[in-house]
Design a binder for this molecule. Structure first.
Ligand SMILES: [Fe+2]
Ligand SMILES: [Fe+2]
Length: 196
């Protein structure tokens, strides 16, 4: 049976309590890639009116990025970019961006976070919206990068005939990208846990 902290209000927490929690956290954090894969699988079978379901779209986006020679971090960003579709119907890019933020460059994080506005170039005008909404970012350093992500990989990933790689193919690179956070407010604690 696993140990539990004894406090009922955090004000009473002790170093011993937090040693128990930290040890548990270290194990739980290492299992993050597995939870991400489970959530990606939730996108399967969900078409939302599109020609392919959301998991197929994600795999096509990642496969296209991979076959175009993008590095692992970029490919993992492509794989996860719509993972928020199940829970964040009105702001899905924010979910992927939040999950990826500790593990990827600020440039790739921005690209994922803003991809919804950039992708809108292809359809906002069909919904009575401004397809040029992304122009507000034209002076941003990642403006071109995000246009390219949408044009080459995201907007083109709705082809039922495209032969994408399976989710298992991306599992090792997902594990490598999520192996250790680069930036987190918990850094001093996570550094200590690495040595445990
Ligand atoms: Fe999206
Ligand atoms: Fe997408």
């Amino acid at each position: 049976m696993s140990e539990h902290a004894r406090f009922t209000h955090m004000k009473d927490g002790t170093e011993q309590d937090w040693a128990i929690i930290a040890a548990d956290f270290a194990l739980y954090a290492r299992q993050l890639p597995g939870r991400i894969l489970t959530h990606l699988q939730l996108l399967g079978g969900d078409f939302g009116g599109f020609p392919v379901d959301r998991l197929t779209h994600s795999l096509q986006t990642a496969t296209r990025a991979y076959r175009d020679g993008r590095d692992e971090e970029y490919v993992v960003c492509a794989l996860l970019h719509d993972i928020g579709d199940t829970l964040a119907s009105y702001n899905h890019p924010d979910i992927a961006a939040a999950i990826l933020k500790p593990f990827v460059s600020p440039e790739n994080h921005w690209m994922v976070e803003k991809h919804g506005i950039f992708q809108g170039y292809y359809f906002f005008h069909h919904l009575g919206m401004d397809r040029h909404l992304r122009e507000q970012f034209q002076d941003h350093p990642q403006y071109r990068q995000t246009i390219e992500f949408c044009a080459k990989y995201d907007a083109s990933a709705f082809d039922p005939a495209y032969e994408h790689l399976p989710l298992e193919f991306f599992e090792p690179m997902l594990k490598r990208v999520f192996a250790e956070p680069r930036q987190t407010i918990y850094r001093p604690a996570t550094d200590a846990l690495q040595t445990v």
